[in-house]
Unconditional design. Structure first.
Length: 256
């Protein structure tokens, strides 16, 4: 093929190249313009399980992975009978310390330790026909357990400490005074949605709970081998011994 015969093809390639460059220049962002990040979908997590080490670790791990992927907007739908207050405080402190929007929604019942998890939301809502059960920490003791004076003092100090932690979380979340909340942890109180709103525990009663274009994830942790963490009010479970107990006796961890 001669140069003359190749000339139209060369002109066509040059025209195409200049045309593409012009199109890129036409649609390119101006110099110094900020990059537009990809749109992240809100993440909705179903937490319909007891509060224990397994469920809290999986919840934290799930949200941590989503944050690493770029998500910052999370809604946790909660219906739980409560469980381990120590695990609940871990979740509360974690969610209060991360740079993300955490919304919690009561989907049925938020009892005991689950209320601490619920308070981690900066936005908190409840559906109609839901409840909150608030009470202090208890330590179930197995029948015929021998506890010496040191054991009683240690366990009582632990209960008082965790009761005060409950009071501080509720005081930071609601409009109630410490003195009123201290009476709550000495017994128990059941709040419906209207009562919870009056307390400031929730900001509003909602009908819809799914943000637009949300991605839903259901938490399905393995069953906890310690049944105490799956009970709102303890019924004589067993667990490792506390300091100060006799060598032949055991007492269970605090439950809420």
């Amino acid at each position: 093929m001669t140069i003359q015969s190749k000339l139209p093809l060369l002109l066509l390639l040059l025209a195409t190249a200049f045309g593409c460059a012009g199109a890129r220049a036409q649609f390119a962002a101006p110099p110094g313009a900020p990059l537009v990040p990809p749109i992240q979908r809100p993440i909705v997590i179903n937490f319909f399980v007891g509060v224990d080490t397994n469920s809290v670790n999986q919840l934290i791990g799930l949200i941590d992975n989503q944050i690493r992927a770029g998500s910052t907007d999370f809604t946790i739908l909660i219906s739980s009978i409560g469980g381990d207050p120590a695990a609940a405080f871990t979740a509360y402190n974690y969610f209060r310390g991360i740079h993300a929007q955490i919304t919690t929604v009561n989907m049925g019942n938020v009892d005991s330790a689950a209320a601490i998890l619920f308070c981690a939301g900066t936005k908190r809502y409840a559906l109609a026909n839901t409840r909150f059960l608030l009470h202090g920490v208890s330590i179930p003791v197995q029948g015929n357990t021998l506890i010496n004076a040191e054991g009683l003092e240690n366990n009582l100090a632990l209960v008082h400490n965790q009761d005060q932690m409950v009071v501080r979380v509720l005081a930071a979340t609601t409009n109630k005074k410490d003195a009123d909340l201290e009476k709550v942890v000495q017994g128990q109180v059941i709040l419906g949605p209207e009562d919870a709103k009056a307390w400031g525990l929730i900001q509003d009663i909602r009908v819809e709970f799914m943000p637009p274009n949300a991605q839903m994830i259901t938490l399905t942790p393995p069953a906890d081998t310690n049944p105490i963490y799956l009970k709102t009010l303890p019924v004589s479970p067993t667990s490792p011994a506390w300091p100060g107990l006799s060598t032949t006796a055991t007492a269970a961890s605090p439950t809420n």
